[in-house]
Design a protein around this ligand. Structure first.
Ligand code: MSP
Length: 642
């Protein structure tokens, strides 16, 4: 169908600061957006999914100085980390915007000029307390400390006193229009409780907003008045329009604006629910349909954030489990509006019980029976009896509920209902006891029907799980012999009749690795311990305990379902070992075969992606990529390196 005739769905994430690498909190927002984008694509929407990076402002300037880099150099490095993570998590964004790109800078300057010409931006003098960490001025009622300073109530850091000539945005003029807009659009801010917070804040009175700085150099210059730099939030919020073509592809912009959903963390609600609509009103552009402020992931009951030093690196989980368990856990564990506490125990428990046991086992058992009793393919089966029809009807009801939940952004409830159906499938098998029929020839047709109906159920479950677990969903379809890609079937057409199991199925194999807590925490603890001791000296004796060896790579292959991992077989002189190396985005398997590398041979083995890794290679980490040192003359495999 002509794209422009389809309904559209435009979803955004915040653009992330590049002062540090991404963590689980950033991954959370992006995974929600990705699942909603995928769901809407299945429903036939013309979807645009925008994410990106916020690269200007004092915070980035300062982080760059600390690292001895120019701000743009820092941004270029960190952007690679974000893009790598989104690739590893299967994030299907349509465009990645960087606020340092010229088309964005020009768009922001044009809007600035337009508002200035209208009188919504004017020049004045600002004096106030500024929090660099949050890139935000403190409210005037924040009390002075006995030291004469002010502390940011949001992050607890010292604010600085700033006094400067600046441009103001006439926010006060929009107070009544904003209140009317909220009253007319009660679902503009979700969850509902957050709408109340916004309304009461605006009711207390809005002051004009200072939107330029002369003290900050790293930003978009005010057109025609270069000592002034546009405030990072004024700059950043406009990514939502420049990222879809504002001022450079107006057809595309008009197709997708206004946004259907701005997904954000609750920490940045005011910027999105008050400033942003006011800027848009001033620019005479339509307002977004919904701003959803989700909760925070906490570690040890405090918000995970770089400044608190308690962030969790998603890469560790991804290396062991691949993307889907993390996607599933984050979306299943808490409703989108609430906070959640991240623990490795909680994560592992969910993965082992829901994914490995409930779903993975069911797929494996079903395929095993199809292979044992029908050589992998069901040719004919008895007609459906009442039990089979009840299962089909339950699936039909599930599909309706899942759609409602996704449309209500209640992904955790959709997953709960899908799991209730998976349990129903497990019960259907247990009640019908197909294994007892295998040896009775006249029950063959019934046996075929039971397995066929279960396979249809799993086929349907995989489809419904696709927005949350795209890789596993495709894998289940492939295992069931389904050749079509999932997104070739529209949500409204989904029905048991579309799947007949007439193609050969694949031999059963575990869908999700089952990993013991000790093995998983072993990997974690090693990483944490390594990080903690990075700065500390080690003694010569400690160094001597490390057994570095020359190893020759005999075999190399990709670890299925990962972008980064290679499985290597190495010769250590007197023995061969298997190891996993995170180098696949720098080296192809062919390139490494025959090469001599350095490994640490006495590191405790770790299970990575279900494979025991019995050594670790040494490599330099540059811009998120591993570069392996090679020898400049021949050395025998097994030689000690010291
Ligand atoms: N650059 C601004 C946003 C500009 S949007 C026009 C910013 N960036 S940020 O890097 O600090 O990321 C903010 C977003 O990351 C939060 O709003 C939230 O979506 C996500 N999270 C960061 N830490 C988080 C948790 N601990 N838990 C959940 N999400 C959090 O603010």
């Amino acid at each position: 169908m002509d794209k422009t005739k389809r309904p559209k769905f435009y979803v955004t994430t915040p653009i992330y600061y590049v002062n540090d690498v991404p963590h689980i909190g950033h991954a959370y927002t992006t995974i929600i957006a990705d699942s909603l984008a995928r769901f809407h694509r299945l429903c036939g929407y013309d979807v645009f999914f925008l994410t990106g990076t916020d690269e200007h402002g004092q915070k980035i300037e300062k982080a760059a100085i600390d690292k001895g880099l120019k701000p743009k150099e820092l941004a270029d490095q960190v952007v690679i980390r974000f893009k790598d993570l989104w690739r590893a998590l299967n994030v299907s964004y349509d465009f990645f915007i960087r606020t340092t790109e010229p088309f964005h800078e020009i768009g922001v300057q044009k809007i600035f000029n337009k508002l200035k010409e209208k009188g919504d931006i004017y020049k004045g003098v600002y004096q106030g307390w500024y929090c660099i960490s949050d890139e935000n001025f403190l409210a005037e009622d924040v009390p002075l400390e006995s030291s004469g300073e002010k502390i940011c109530p949001d992050c607890g850091k010292k604010a600085i006193l700033v006094s400067e000539e600046c441009y103001y945005f006439r926010l006060s003029a929009y107070q009544e229009r904003l209140l009317k807009f909220y009253a007319d659009n009660p679902n503009f801010v979700r969850p509902a409780g957050r709408m109340n917070e916004v309304v009461s804040f605006v009711r207390q009175g809005l002051k004009d907003l200072s939107i330029t700085r002369t003290t900050v150099k790293w930003g978009i210059p005010v057109p025609g008045d270069p000592p002034h730099t546009i405030y990072v939030w004024f700059d950043a919020l406009h990514n939502y329009i420049t990222g879809i073509g504002y001022d450079w592809n107006m057809d595309h912009f008009n197709r997708f604006w206004p946004a259907d959903l701005h997904l954000i963390g609750k920490d940045i609600l005011r910027f999105h629910a008050i400033f942003w609509p006011a800027f848009l009103m001033a620019a005479e552009l339509p307002l977004p349909r919904c701003v959803f402020g989700h909760g925070w992931w906490l570690k040890d009951e405090t918000k995970m954030s770089k400044s608190k030093g308690n962030v969790l690196d998603p890469q560790i989980i991804l290396n062991t489990f691949g993307p889907d368990p993390l996607r599933y856990f984050l979306l299943r564990e808490i409703p989108i509006g609430q906070d959640g506490n991240f623990s490795h125990e909680g994560f592992l428990h969910r993965v082992n019980s829901d994914l490995a046991n409930d779903l993975g086992n069911l797929v494996q058992r079903t395929l095993a029976m199809i292979w044992n009793y029908f050589h992998g393919k069901i040719e004919t089966a008895d007609p459906e009896n009442d039990h089979d029809l009840a299962l089909k009807e339950a699936f039909h009801q599930l599909k309706v509920k899942v759609k409602e939940h996704f449309e209500d952004y209640a992904i955790n409830r959709a997953l709960e209902d899908i799991w209730a159906f998976i349990n129903q499938l497990n019960k259907y098998l247990a009640d019908n006891e197909p294994w007892k029929m295998a040896s009775i020839p006249e029950k063959k047709g019934r046996l075929a029907r039971i397995l066929l109906q279960t396979a249809k159920g799993l086929w349907g479950v995989a489809y419904l799980l696709y927005p949350v677990m795209p890789a596993s969903a495709e894998k289940i379809w492939k295992m069931l012999g389904e050749k079509r890609p999932i997104n070739s079937i529209q949500f409204q057409d989904l029905d048991f009749s579309l799947f007949s199991a007439s193609e050969p199925t694949e031999k059963p194999e575990p869908l999700f690795p089952r990993i013991a807590l000790q093995d998983f925490l072993g990997v974690e603890t090693k990483k944490e311990a390594k990080m903690e001791s990075q700065e500390a000296w080690i003694s010569f004796d400690e160094f001597k305990r490390m057994d570095f060896r020359v190893a020759e790579v005999i075999k190399a292959e990709r670890v299925p379902g990962t972008d980064k991992l290679l499985k290597l077989e190495i010769n250590l002189g007197e023995e061969t070992r298997t190891m996993i190396a995170g180098v696949a985005d720098t080296y192809s398997p062919e390139e490494l075969i025959g090469k001599k590398i350095v490994v640490i041979a006495n590191l405790k083995p770790a299970i990575i992606r279900g494979i025991e890794s019995q050594a670790m290679l040494l490599a330099a980490e540059v811009g998120g990529k591993a570069i392996i040192p090679f020898f400049d003359r021949d050395v025998p495999a097994g030689a000690k390196v010291k």
